[in-house]
Design a protein around this ligand. Sequence first.
Ligand SMILES: NC(=O)c1ccc[n+]([C@@H]2O[C@H](COP(=O)([O-])OP(=O)(O)OC[C@H]3O[C@@H](n4cnc5c(N)ncnc54)[C@H](OP(=O)(O)O)[C@@H]3O)[C@@H](O)[C@H]2O)c1
Length: 180
Amino acid sequence: MTILLTGGTGKTSSRIAHLLNKQDVPVILASRSGTAPTGFTGCRFDWLDETTYGNPFEIEANITALYMVAPVAFDLLAAMKPFTEYAINKGVKRFVLLTSSTTPKGGHAHGKVHEYLAERGVDYGVLRPTWFMGKYTAQKPILSREGSPSAKFFCTLNSCASAIRHIPFFSYQLFIDPLT
Ligand SMILES: NC(=O)c1ccc[n+]([C@@H]2O[C@H](COP(=O)([O-])OP(=O)(O)OC[C@H]3O[C@@H](n4cnc5c(N)ncnc54)[C@H](OP(=O)(O)O)[C@@H]3O)[C@@H](O)[C@H]2O)c1
């Protein structure tokens, strides 16, 4: 079991990678730069460049799940569908899309990708954090209800990691209280 985390150098994937690593789940961190912290495997990957699609599978043929962090693009479905189809053909079974609390299935941008996954008939999940997530920085700890009962966060990246790994067929909305 290897999980491919797109947005590999970004805020959520970099933290999810550490959480999965603690559970001995192998991950590949994919981004255009292809960089990864010491001890992790990075991979050059660009949603908008199909010549990079095979790169993760050259590192590990048996990728079982894909965490989908959208690129910046006018039409996200057009940007994300080609690699998703490629991954399905390569045998990836689980697809977990990072979207937002304000974007319903079928809505603009991420909502179209959500709808596509739902209609594609794959094992998929959707994570819908609130925009308070923007308060996270590299310096601030990510706290979870499980990790710290006094935390202001209702539910955070521990749940993302669990969702990517375990939970089939879900649409899950994360509610994250603002820091006070
Ligand atoms: N910030 C918030 O408050 C908030 C709230 C709710 C939802 N969201 C959603 O969260 C997502 C962002 O996730 P994040 O915060 O974990 O990431 P992030 O910190 O914004 O980093 C973006 C990641 O995507 C990679 N990337 C950018 N363009 C790419 C491309 N064309 N192909 C492949 N990789 C690319 C970047 O690396 P390279 O530049 O090296 O490619 C980087 O690793 C967005 O979809 C946003 O809508 C954010």
